[in-house]
Design a protein around this ligand. Structure first.
Ligand code: NOJ
Length: 767
């Protein structure tokens, strides 16, 4: 009987896998469609050189999202066919007006494509991407990006500059908020989910929007976490850490990529023949087009690899950047470079082909205009509900201790009489939206204060509110009122954190990653009241929370939760929804530990028994890879997150003790790993069960642990579930310094665990 059941399961899994594969293939059909290629051929035959080069230009029209360049006579340029795309046009009437110039007054009637940074919602603003990744829920991310695409396309935006799939391990970097965190495996899963959501089932459907995987590549490796800074990385790190999420996006059929601002080992990513032409085009067979980042072609002069704009244009173009965003370099210089024999005509034709391929496949030629009447202006109720759900699932409970004489502070118990809500983030609509809020409106935001006021009325408790200080405040004039509110309360909620527009996102790196302004002092003053106190933390990055942790009973990381911040928080704080998020970035104890992430190498001298209260002994602790004044371990590891219940893991089991590496390389054999996970608490909850591996005895040093799989399980009180994973070639193969990946004979360690810092490993021999 059980044999029959396993056969059925295998068949079902096979069907599911082949459906996924088939649908990824179907979604990519436009990339190799003879019909589309014929249409491109026909157009190319008619195009003048000026019209060809015209397609390679993108200009901003509207609120600039980079250093303002200023341009006039745009309309005549469109008439002459000298513009391929605009970004930042958000008014449907304006986009129709510009499109009419292209469709009615230009010779060849090639439609413009309008792009925008639709990063975590268009009109309905969802949690920021780092928060969305904390859901570990690809289905949810796909739904969120589908909704964003439906809303944005209703306003004529057919191209989003999302997803940002940069792996980031330095919380100083302001843009860590825009990605899915530190891990390439999770990052790849999320990359695929965004692409599926934006581009939809059929690329070219009315609500389908071209996605753009950015910033290609290694932008997240900015030295010292300073935005736009140089990146030094090995090819191994490039191949195993930075490239995989881009590869995943390409495999999922992403239509475009954006080249990044940074240099990679001295070569600007925007003029990088290796990453663009070699890896992306030749190795991965990418069929869409690459747009530069804002001005990044021209910035090759500042990098010092081009002394003038013509050289920068040539370098960017020959390396494989098809469209120039806002450098005015291609427009001015590519035709001359062809004349001078420096750029082959075939390269121009090929770049134009890639752009036209996307425009045709998107259906822009048939449907260039947006219906101004149906452009979204108010928030659809279903989208608001989705925004609340996404926010609820993105919160990460970092601490939840008992206050003296009671149980855990969260969830707040029914019957509470007085709640004090204190802090500059409690009622700040702007900060709930987060960076890149597209057409989001502050008026749509429900803050924590507004949600709690409504609840206080409903439930009949007293809500005391005190702002306490400003986000970057220096004055303590509001402290007394805050302390007074705390003194009167049964429970204190502190709403503290970062200024979302100023301190997170692009050009927003921080050299200090603690609570800004005098919020730490406010926290200490409020905590002195000795009441059960929970911190709701709004941040776009991991903060160094060491001074915070001992002062409060509970910490809920809420990121920038979007328009439904208040209702989502209120439901989690009062226990109608459970916290289910898990960290996708490591939280350091102190700034001195960064960059910090879970998949580190062991070093030749890993630390032993760190006791920081006395000098290290020479025999044991001294000559070790350690700090004399800080632990090596993080404050909260990757994958960490508490819930309102507790989970127990049984020992990890596997179906084999030994397996042949040669078999795995030949695609034969898999390791089946199981563990029983039990909800040992009183409430229902969800756990993200994570599988990590480590390899020893390999040709190169491997990370101590790498995430290779995860599953989310929902368990009622007392319920137990056997969680099963299979790992094989994909999970175990190592990059071999060329373009191949091989499973090497090694000792394989596997953890099925709640986070990167826990679990009991088992060992298997890869012979
Ligand atoms: C610069 C940013 O780096 C990029 O992410 C964004 O898409 C472009 N500007 C366009 O706004």
């Amino acid at each position: 009987m059980s044999k029959i059941r396993s056969v059925i399961v295998v068949v079902l899994l096979w069907c599911l896998a082949s459906t996924l594969f088939v649908s990824a293939q179907t979604r990519k059909q436009w990339q190799n469609s003879p019909d589309i290629e014929r249409r491109v051929d026909a157009l190319l035959k008619q195009m003048s050189q000026a019209e060809k080069v015209g397609q390679l230009n993108q200009y901003s029209y509207g609120t600039p999202t980079g250093p303002a360049t200023g341009r006039s006579a745009v309309e005549d340029s469109i008439r002459r066919g000298e513009v391929g795309s605009f970004l930042n046009v958000t008014d449907p009437a304006l986009s129709n007006r510009l499109q009419r110039l292209a469709m009615e007054e230009s010779r060849l009637k090639i439609p413009l494509i309008f792009g925008l940074d639709v990063i975590h919602g268009y009109r309905t603003i969802f949690p920021v991407p780092l928060a969305l990744s904390s859901t570990w829920d690809a289905g949810l991310v796909e739904r969120v990006s589908r909704i964003a695409a439906e809303e944005a396309t209703s306003a004529g935006i057919r191209w989003t500059f999302s997803p940002m799939v940069d792996i980031a391990r330095d919380p100083r970097w302001g843009r860590i908020v825009e990605g899915a965190g530190e891990d390439p495996y999770l990052g790849s899963i999320m990359a695929r989910a965004y692409v599926r959501g934006y581009q939809g089932e059929t690329f070219g459907g009315p609500t389908s929007m071209a996605a753009c995987a950015k910033h290609y590549v290694a932008y997240g490796g900015a030295e010292a976490g300073r935005d736009y800074n140089s990146v030094e990385t090995s090819e191994r790190q490039l191949r195993e850490v930075y490239l995989p999420p881009f590869k995943a996006a390409v495999d999922e059929g992403v239509a475009t990529l954006m080249s990044s601002f940074n240099t990679i080992n001295g070569v600007p990513a925007t003029g990088n023949e290796f990453t663009l032409n070699q890896v992306l085009r030749r190795e991965w067979n990418f069929r869409g087009f690459v747009v530069s980042d804002w001005g990044s072609v021209g910035e090759m002069m500042a990098h010092g690899v081009a002394n003038d704009l013509p050289t920068a244009a040539r370098k960017g173009f020959l390396a494989g950047v098809d469209m120039d965003m806002e450098s005015n370099a291609y427009f001015r210089h590519i035709a001359d470079a062809v004349k001078a024999g420096q750029v082959p005509q075939a390269a121009v034709d090929e770049a134009v082909r890639r752009i036209l391929r996307v425009k045709i496949a998107l259906g822009l030629f048939e449907k260039p205009y947006v219906d101004e009447k149906t452009a979204i202006t108010t928030l659809p109720a279903a989208n608001v509900a989705a925004a609340r759900e996404a926010a609820e699932k993105s919160f990460v409970l970092l601490k939840n201790d008992a206050a003296s004489g009671g149980g855990p502070v969260l969830p707040i118990r029914p019957g509470v009489r007085t709640v004090a809500l204190i802090g500059p983030l409690a009622d700040s609509r702007a900060d709930m939206l987060g960076t890149w809020s597209a057409q989001g409106k502050q008026d749509d935001v429900v803050t924590l204060r507004a949600a709690l006021e409504a609840r206080a009325k409903r439930d009949g408790f007293r809500l005391l509110y005190a702002k306490g200080t400003e986000i970057r405040g220096t004055s303590d004039s509001g402290f007394a009122e805050a302390a007074d509110a705390a003194a009167q309360a049964d429970v204190v909620l502190l709403a503290l954190g970062e200024d979302q527009s100023w301190m997170t996102g692009e050009g927003a790196s921080r050299a200090f990653i603690d609570l800004p302004g005098n919020q730490q002092q406010l926290l200490e003053r409020v905590a002195a009241a000795g009441k059960p106190t929970a911190l709701v933390l709004f941040s776009g990055r991991p903060l160094a929370l060491t001074p915070v942790v001992p002062r409060v009973n509970a910490i809920l990381e809420a990121w920038s939760p979007g328009v439904q911040a208040g209702p989502a928080l209120e439901r989690v704080l009062f226990g109608e929804a459970a916290p289910v998020g898990r960290l996708t970035v490591t939280f350091p104890r102190s700034l001195g530990q960064v960059p910090i992430y879970h998949s580190v190498l062991n070093t030749g001298r890993p630390p032993i028994g760190l006791d920081l209260t006395r000098p290290p002994t020479n025999g044991g602790e001294k000559y070790r890879s350690r700090y004399v004044d800080e632990q090596n371990t993080p404050l909260y590891p990757f994958g960490f997150g508490l819930s309102y219940t507790s989970f127990d893991y049984s020992a990890t089991q596997s179906n084999v003790q030994q397996i042949s590496a040669a078999d795995l390389n030949a695609g034969r054999g898999q390791v089946r790993v199981t563990a029983d996970v039990k909800n040992t608490g009183q409430r229902a909850g969800e756990e993200v069960v994570q599988l990590y591996i480590g390899l020893r005895g390999t040709s190169v040093a491997r990370p101590v642990r790498e995430l290779k799989a995860f599953q989310r399980v929902a368990l009622g009180p007392g319920e137990s579930r056997r969680v099963e994973f299979t790992i094989g070639r994909n999970e175990l193969a190592i990059w071999q310094r060329d373009t191949t990946y091989t499973v090497e004979p090694a000792e394989l360690t596997i953890w099925v665990a709640a986070n990167a810092g826990s679990g009991t490993p088992i060992t298997i021999s890869l012979k």
